[in-house]
Design a protein around this ligand. Structure first.
Ligand code: ACO
Length: 319
């Protein structure tokens, strides 16, 4: 049995904030941000536009596109690190909103690597629980969790959601081929470089980050997980049509390719208009590349991401 992607959609808040707009209130400039990150603009959610709002919009679109009725969904998995509330989960809000009455629903939180974690969870549950249809959504509103006076972090993030319908199929020629996950929660080494400082009594808090360390670990660990997953599946980069990495920052991806000898021309990069949308960035980039006719049915894709924890991982799928 293979878990096949039969539909993909995305939803981006309508408000677009450019670097020039940010430079009106912050000591920064388009040149500084663009040259260091490749980001020119980001979508920013309105005050009452929550992570679940984005997830529900993306869910409605993907169901329509894949011609799956809400009542046919067995499970809803939402990857998010910015849920509206600690509980109920975002996935339960989606379930109620779309009327997926027989689905069970839960969230997965693995920061920017969450989409790959959710994909691995969905794949194994579809096999072990014999599920037919799974709605997998990655939805994030990081801009609600940044300190808008901290120029070193707030310029990096944007909001958005991507949604997939995964369907079990006996056709072994396409679907999820492999997933590989890693975590290291060594507090001194990793949590100090990238975390959200909201404690139990201060849920909101802000993202804090040591940018240069994150840059270094993203290159090392994403390269490691891509090499591991390819080797373990007797594949090389020649078997991959497109790499769709977590879209943190163009410069990280360029350095990854240069230092670790990956072909940059195979990388889908959408940081320019999306910025870093955490776990939503891979499905958003994939949807964008499919919409533009770059990624096509039959292509073999390699996903890779790293996020706070640290958590990281890779996945290989064939469309
Ligand atoms: N505009 C202008 N100046 C800035 C800005 C800004 N937006 N942000 C920082 N600076 C200044 C700093 O204050 C510093 O000034 P100083 O020398 O007077 O102290 C100077 O620029 C250099 O700061 P650095 O942090 O050393 O700049 P660097 O060249 O490392 O670039 C950046 C910072 C872009 C954050 C880089 O470290 C990076 O890309 N890191 C990766 C982080 C990332 O993408 N995180 C995303 C979340 S994690 C994830 O998704 C995996």
């Amino acid at each position: 049995m293979k878990a096949k992607i039969i539909g993909i959609s995305s939803y981006l808040p309508s408000r677009v904030v450019t670097n020039d707009e940010l430079s009106k209130t912050l000591d920064t400039s388009h040149e500084w941000i663009y040259s260091r990150t490749g980001i020119a603009s980001r979508h920013v959610s309105a005050y009452d536009e929550l992570t679940s709002t984005l997830a529900i919009e993306a869910a409605k679109q993907v169901l329509e596109q894949s011609e799956v009725r809400p009542g046919e969904i067995d499970a809803i998995i939402v990857s998010t690190t910015t849920g509206d509330t600690r509980f109920p989960s975002c996935a339960c809000k989606v379930q109620g909103a779309i009327g997926a009455s027989k689905a069970f629903a839960f969230d997965v939180n693995a920061a920017c690597a969450g989409f790959i974690y959710a994909l691995a969870v969905a794949d194994s549950m579809m096999k072990s629980m014999k599920l037919k249809n799974v709605l997998l959504i990655a939805s994030e509103t990081l801009t609600k969790f940044v300190d808008w006076t901290d120029r070193s972090t707030c310029v990096l993030f944007g909001d958005g959601a991507g949604a997939l319908v995964l369907q079990s199929s006996d056709d072994e020629t396409s679907g999820i081929i492999a997933t590989k996950l890693y975590s290291n929660g060594d507090e001194e080494k990793y949590n100090s470089i990238l975390s959200h400082n909201g404690a139990q009594n201060d849920y909101r808090g802000y993202i804090t980050m040591a940018g240069r360390s994150v840059f270094k670990y993203a290159i090392e660990y994403m390269a490691m997980s891509m090499h591991d997953i390819l080797n373990e599946n007797n594949m090389t980069m020649n078997d991959i049509d497109w790499v769709i990495p977590h879209q943190a920052n163009r410069r990280i991806l360029e350095s990854l390719c240069k230092m670790k000898e990956f072909p940059l021309e195979k990388f889908v990069i959408t940081t320019e208009n999306h910025a870093n949308t955490s776990s939503a960035s891979i499905p958003l980039a994939m949807r964008d590349a499919m919409y533009r006719g770059i990624v096509k049915k039959g292509d073999t894709l390699l996903f890779s991401a790293l996020g706070a924890g640290l958590v990281w991982g890779s996945a290989i799928i064939r469309l």
